[in-house]
Design a protein around this ligand. Sequence first.
Ligand code: ADP
Length: 169
Amino acid sequence: KKKNPNKTRIFLPHLMASMEVEESYIMIKPDGVQRGLVGEIISRFEKKGFKLKGLKLFHCPKQLAEEHYKDLSSKPFFPKLITYITSGPVVCMAWEGVGVVASARKLIGATNPLQAEPGTIRGDLAVQTGRNVVHGSDSPENGKREIALWFKEGELTEWTPVQTPWLVE
Ligand code: ADP
């Protein structure tokens, strides 16, 4: 079987079996940090059962913000988006898990917070697209790309959470 470069196979000792996991780059945007929502947002991914592999507070340079959002560079809101993302520190996170990319998008909710379902981060905590508090990768491929873009070598940690046997049967 052909190996998917965007997935990693990890061994589960309690099952004597392995599973394929992917990674998502999740970022609390400057409004989320300024509004004191860091703990609230991290908590939602933590409680869901995903595994945190990287975490830092970081004031990102314009060039990095432009690279991260390069697919949107032709949009009229692009300059404002770059000003917003570089306006204060962000919290950069790498999360790992089975289906974490699509699941994180669901936990985050629709891009426009007024259309985001209650219960989602944006649905519960924000009112405007231009201040939607959090970013989540839109594909496993972009998850890998964005984590490599925002984290340096040595900033990601491999570890084995003790809760795994209580999450996966
Ligand atoms: P998502 O973050 O939900 O994946 P997009 O990739 O479409 O959404 O857009 C990236 C980010 O650009 C959004 O989260 C939002 O911060 C900003 N953005 C998107 N559309 C608009 C808009 N019409 N006006 C202002 N900002 C926008």
